[in-house]
Design a protein around this ligand. Sequence first.
Ligand code: NAD
Length: 259
Amino acid sequence: MDETVIREVAQLIVEAKGRTAALTGAGISVESGIPDFRSPGGLWERFNPMEYATIDAFESDPGKVWQMLRELSRVVTEARPNPAHRALARLEELDLLSGIVTQNIDNLHQAAGSKNVIEFHGNGARLRCLLCGHMEDARAAEARFATEFPPLCPYCKVALKPDVVLFGEAIPEDAGREAMRLVQRAAVLLVVGTSALVAPASYMPIVARKMGAALVEVNLEDTMLTRDYARYVLRGKAGEILPRLVAAVEAQRSAAGPA
Ligand code: NAD
């Protein structure tokens, strides 16, 4: 990736004075060891998401879906933030990033130190009863796996569901509203590691673009945004590109002297 382009995007971010937001997808966590839907040989080759990650599958056979959830949870529990997560946290610390809308359920942005994280698809660390709304820490339920699998609601005795949005479920109202507000106010939107195929998250870059924001795509490959929507395409691994971008931002800031 050409350093000139990195410097141009860094300048855009500095000039946006905090009106930069990020939309992240599974790709940002691949370097932390969590496979995206495209990674070869990963979890998703054994568990087709359209068969296992749907609300219909959960309602008709929660035990089957929990086989996948148990493996996903193992992978997520072991994962640590990578340089891409840390770079976005640093950008927020510099008052140059207003927030992150993440489609991920892995908590890695928060673990890296990001504060304003909108969890568009929920968080796998919490479990919820679909009948009474009882919430439970996923780790507490995992501790019971030897005697109780799938984990049950202590009140209703139905299988608890991770507090994540499965295919066929609605986006949590607050998250949807806050995400849209963040994106609509952005002058720059960093779109990192998402195929932009899963709606309604995929609408956000398009809305941002229509509101006049500059889209900066960070991805290993072309997506449906690349040709018609992205002003800049930073091709490569997020864990390499984002730290370079933030280093360029910091260099421009210190060259400009105190604000
Ligand atoms: P996706 O799997 O459809 O696409 C991932 C994108 O990331 C691809 O375009 C790929 O080219 C890119 N990518 C892969 N590795 C990369 C890297 N190192 N650097 C930069 N880009 C990289 O993911 P999606 O668009 O997020 O949609 C899938 C849905 O499943 C979302 O809801 C997603 O959050 C969820 N999911 C979440 C996790 C997680 O929480 N970590 C993991 C898998 C899937």
